[in-house]
Write a protein that binds this ligand. Structure first.
Ligand SMILES: *Cc1c(COP(=O)(O)O)cnc(C)c1O
Length: 345
């Protein structure tokens, strides 16, 4: 890995971050707060929230088995996807490499930040070699994006290929493990110590059932997390989100139950799809969704919309012609989908 200072934008490396009122008295116990121009009435919403979300991170640290100093919390993964561009990539100069097809936000954030985005096509099994990814890089490539399990394909990316990229690439490698709760593969966040150039993303939006509260996270070296904290909005995670996150994190058993049910439902729904006349190919998955190639994705999508059932039409995505992406819902939602598709002539 190159030196972090070499990878980091100079203006960010030299940035003096905003110092919030609550940052400055640290270490002392206080009970009169006349420092932040808050209104003393209307508790508990009158006070600024903890800018570094210690209580949330303490719970997360135990569940994710990652030290607090290696955790960043963002306003959804969206924030954790955007910040690396703003930290590492010089607009109009640097570029990033990513597998293709994959989650759309990596490219949207590259475009917003005026960073060249270099997609590298997966093979027909939705896999990639480290050689292919590395040969798309040049001296201005700052980040390689790998989503595993991948969206929209659903599958895990070969662990050997990921490890080779982590070991050989001199820049930052970001592994998006939004769906790792649904997979039996060992999560890469537990191998942070081995890979100083790795950032792993997780989210409360999927297995944790908290898409509405907008809480995403990045796990990385302390040095990289410090850069995230320097650049983020001072109070990026609001109090309502922190409170709900704490409630949810106190009950990890609920998540285990949901995951178990969803995985059972997933195999039931995928089996049922085998018998549908519209099904051409069902792709293997390690996520709470699966990709299916059908006879006519647009027509079937439109038909389902008419019935009030929304799936994701991925037919215009590379390698996904005539593919629908189906999220596993509750048993009754899945039944409704299957009944509608069985009715299709
Ligand atoms: C759904 C999803 C996320 C979650 O994004 P949030 O902003 O945390 O809701 C992140 N990465 C991938 C690949 C996803 O599919």
């Amino acid at each position: 890995m190159k030196k972090l200072q070499e990878l980091c934008r100079e203006n960010i490396w030299n940035l003096a971050p905003y110092s919030s009122a609550r940052n400055e008295y640290n270490g002392h116990v206080a009970h009169v707060f006349l420092d932040a121009n808050e209104n003393p009435y209307n508790a508990p919403f009158n006070r600024y929230p903890d800018p570094l979300q210690e209580e949330v991170k303490t719970l997360l640290s135990k569940i994710k088995r990652v030290p607090i100093a290696n955790i960043f919390l963002g306003n959804g993964s969206d924030e954790a996807i955007d910040l690396p561009y703003r930290i590492f990539c010089r607009p109009g100069i640097d570029n990033v490499v990513a597998i293709e097809p994959t989650y759309g936000m990596y490219k949207v954030c590259a475009d917003v930040n005026d960073i060249e985005y270099r997609p590298v096509l997966l093979d027909e099994n939705f896999q990639i070699t480290s050689e292919k990814l590395l040969s798309a890089c040049d001296q201005n490539t700052k980040i390689i994006w790998i989503c595993s399990p991948n969206n929209p394909t659903g599958n895990l990316i070969n662990r050997n290929a990921i490890e080779e990229v982590l070991n050989k690439f001199e820049g930052i490698v970001i592994i998006d493990e939004a769906y790792s709760d649904f997979s039996s593969e060992k999560p890469l966040r537990e191998e942070l110590a081995k890979h100083p150039n790795m950032i792993v993303l997780n989210t409360m939006s999927k297995a944790w059932g908290c898409a509405a509260i907008r809480l995403g996270m990045a796990f990385a070296s302390q040095e990289i997390i410090s850069l995230f904290n320097k650049v983020k909005y001072p109070y990026n995670i609001n109090l309502l989100t922190q409170k709900q996150a704490i409630e949810s994190l106190k009950d990890p058993v609920a998540v285990e139950k949901w995951v178990k049910i969803l995985l059972l439902e997933r195999s039931r729904v995928m089996n049922a799809f085998k018998d549908l006349t519209i099904t051409e190919k069902i792709y293997p998955t390690d996520s709470n969704f699966f990709l299916v190639k059908v006879t006519d994705a647009q027509a079937i999508y439109d038909y389902l919309v008419e019935k009030g059932i929304i799936v994701r039409n991925r037919t215009r995505v590379q390698l996904c012609g005539n593919c629908l992406r189906i999220t596993i819902g509750s048993k009754s939602e899945n039944q409704e989908l299957l009944a509608a598709l069985r009715d299709l002539k």
